[in-house]
Design a protein around this ligand. Structure first.
Ligand SMILES: O=C(CO)[C@@H](O)[C@H](O)COP(=O)(O)O
Length: 217
């Protein structure tokens, strides 16, 4: 299924709850929540209390992207706060298998994220355990960056790898996605689209509707 996951990093934090309701009403299927620790990535964004406070605003999938070192320490806390899908970075886990197992034990969906320059081979053995692979199409840490063009080839390669495995694993793409490049990204094989600036800049409802229209074609 094709899904839009607007990134709250680009939202108006003073009106966060309202904007989560608006995304839901406009039809976005996921809510993308970027958690940054100032260590794995340079920025510090939002964390557990924020997720807990917006959870009552929407029943949509809370897609929690952990850009933190050794996320295994906090899996239960993010599940308790309301995460439905937890994605950890392959580069941030000393023991990726243990971390993915810890997510799956809680019953929520498990994703692995790859920075732009990280090769797909890191997924070779772990792929069957994943519900989703997140390909970063910018270097993580900031919204509003430009899509890195070689990501499109990486999406195609990942799609082939997943098809060969015979499993149903989602491909999420995150960073610099807009109304002009989303079709190309989906044609390459992505089915979950993260968009921050392109959703929150201007008329949020109209932007979500425009994405959904292109994504259903
Ligand atoms: O994880 C990140 C950045 O680290 C992303 O989720 C961005 O927040 C996407 O923002 P845009 O590139 O769409 O503005």
């Amino acid at each position: 299924m094709n899904c839009l996951s607007p990134s709250l990093l680009a939202s108006d934090f003073a009106r966060l709850g309202e904007q989560v309701v608006l995304l839901d009403e406009a039809g976005a299927q996921y809510v993308h929540i970027d958690v940054m620790d100032g260590n794995f990535v340079p920025s510090i964004s939002m964390g557990l209390p924020v997720i807990k406070s917006i959870r009552p605003c929407s029943d949509r999938i809370f897609d929690v992207h952990l850009m933190i070192e050794e996320p295994v320490r906090y899996i239960d806390d993010f599940v308790d706060a309301g995460a439905d899908l937890i994605t950890v970075h392959t580069e941030a886990c000393g023991h990726l298998d243990r971390t993915i197992e810890a997510i799956k034990e809680t019953g929520v969906l498990a994703g692995a994220a790859l920075n732009p320059a990280t090769p797909l081979s890191v997924l070779d053995y772990i792929l069957p355990k994943l519900d989703m692979v997140l390909l970063m199409s910018v270097n993580p840490g900031f919204g509003g960056q430009k899509y890195i063009p070689y990501t499109t080839e990486k999406i195609r390669d990942l799609k082939k790898k997943i098809d060969r495995s015979g499993q149903q694993i989602d491909i999420e793409v995150d960073g610099g996605v807009n109304l002009n490049n989303v079709r190309e990204i989906m044609d390459a094989g992505a089915n979950i689209i993260v968009a921050g600036t392109a959703v929150f800049k201007g008329d949020i409802r109209r932007n979500v509707e425009s994405f959904l229209k292109i994504m259903e074609q």
